[in-house]
Write a protein that binds this ligand. Structure first.
Ligand SMILES: [Zn+2]
Length: 56
């Protein structure tokens, strides 16, 4: 799974004017899933189901 930071850098993700993460392809706001086994959380696009790992 790619990190949110990498997604932003590669242009798969962008932040809207309210600093919310969006999937560029679907123009959907990402949802958040907490992963109890890992530090941080997983951000999921409800449109395409892609996941990005958010650390910290
Ligand atoms: Zn998407």
């Amino acid at each position: 799974m790619e990190s949110v930071r990498k997604g932003l850098r590669s242009g798969d993700l962008e932040k809207d004017t309210y600093e919310r993460l969006q999937c560029v392809e679907c123009e959907e706001e990402l949802t958040t899933e907490n992963d109890p086994e890992e530090v941080g959380s997983v951000r999921v696009c409800p449109g395409c189901g892609r996941e990005w790992k958010q650390v910290g």
